[in-house]
Design a protein around this ligand. Structure first.
Ligand code: SF4
Length: 366
């Protein structure tokens, strides 16, 4: 419970820890002896803000001691109170994403407790281990799968691509992940939903005088968040209207099952990386390709993301027949300085923000 204080059962556990140690919420905010708890809570929060892909799953806290258990569980409570006291839904989304990604990693590794963890979020689960298999294969009810899978992109997550039997869906290994890790990925979506709902309820109930007690940590973390968003903004704020025609046409052709050449595919993946899209979203672009294979696509995209390929410039795209515009088709593409699709994207974004349509749309809520 200290490792997973966000579980639905976590609230009762955290309450017990508070009672057992005679700690009030005011103590949590200012008692000198609880500085370690606040510091760990701040780290959890900062990691979520700084790393879009989620916080580090490891912890330096010794969870075998009572003190460690108390620090870990109360640090979660402290971080949550700071988030709620900020009344900032963007910070909330960022923190929830960090905690849910961390849970996804930890659940995937926790063979011993996986059954009970999964049952906390799914209506049921079945574990099947064939003789000679080193790993179990998990099956989950079709109703859970149908509800959660639309939120995840990629071939694996479409029901038609999953083996089913008598109302159960087989979560077999895929994209380099074991069956347990794939199931944990699905559960992450429920954790995200659960945490968001409970924090929004808490936010709505929180009065201003209580929220003021958190003014310092709230100011610090919201400042950091706005700096981080600004840093990521030029690329992650890309909405579809900003896409250069070469990127748009590659996405469209693949979605219609048209075969896109090698240069087009590498460009699509490297451009997605530069725009801040996730690997899963990028894999999703390829799911209708005529020669689509989930494992190969995910491996190749992973290579491009890991090696941080730079997208091709206009000259190379024109040579490889991946520039769909002719003179006069697109005013931006006609400009002499427009030598790279990223310049197109930046010019579009700059214009949109100057015109006041400056809603920052990140790849998560796009
Ligand atoms: S001119 Fe450059 S940015 Fe415009 S569509 Fe062609 S390759 Fe893309």
């Amino acid at each position: 419970m200290a490792r997973y204080p966000f579980l639905p059962q976590g609230a009762a556990f955290v309450k017990l820890v508070l009672e057992k140690n005679g700690i009030t919420v005011e103590d949590l905010i200012e008692a000198h002896w609880l500085e370690e708890v606040r510091s760990r809570g701040r780290i959890r929060l900062l990691e979520s803000v700084m790393h879009k892909e989620g916080v580090d799953s490891s912890t330096t806290i010794d969870l075998s001691s009572d003190l460690g258990k108390m620090t870990e569980s109360l640090s979660f409570l402290y971080a949550m109170l700071v988030v709620c006291a900020s009344f900032n839904e963007r910070l909330l989304a960022r923190w929830v994403e960090g905690e849910a990604s961390r849970a996804d990693q930890l659940f995937g590794m926790d063979e011993k407790n996986f059954d009970i963890l999964a049952r906390s979020y799914l209506s049921d689960i079945k574990e099947v281990r064939e003789r000679g298999d080193s790993d179990s294969i998990y099956w989950i009810p079709i109703s859970d799968f149908i509800e959660l899978c639309p939120r995840i992109s990629g071939y694996y997550w479409r029901l038609i691509n999953r083996p089913t039997r008598d109302g159960w869906v087989c979560m077999n290994p895929g994209s380099g992940e074991t069956s347990r890790q794939r199931t944990a990925r699905l559960i992450k979506e429920r954790i995200r939903e659960d945490m968001t709902n409970s924090c929004l309820t808490r936010m709505n109930k929180m009065d201003d005088s209580f929220a003021e007690l958190f003014i310092d940590p709230v100011e610090r973390v919201t400042k950091l968040l706005s700096e981080q968003v600004k840093e990521e903004m030029p690329m992650t704020a890309a909405i579809r209207d900003d896409w250069p025609p070469c990127f748009e046409s590659a996405v469209e052709e693949l979605s219609q099952g048209v075969n896109v050449n090698h240069t087009g595919r590498v460009f699509l993946a490297s451009m997605s990386l530069a725009m801040g899209l996730s690997q899963e979203q990028t894999c999703g672009f390829f799911s209708n390709a005529p020669d689509y294979n989930a494992g190969t696509t995910s491996y190749q995209i992973n290579q491009i993301f890991e090696r941080e390929y730079t997208p091709h410039g206009c000259a190379a795209l024109k040579t490889s027949a991946r520039c769909p515009v002719s003179p006069g088709d697109d005013r931006l593409c006609d400009q002499e300085w427009l030598t790279h699709p990223l310049k197109y994207l930046k010019a579009k974004q700059r214009r949109r923000f100057q015109e006041g349509g400056g809603t920052v749309i990140t790849e998560k809520n796009e």
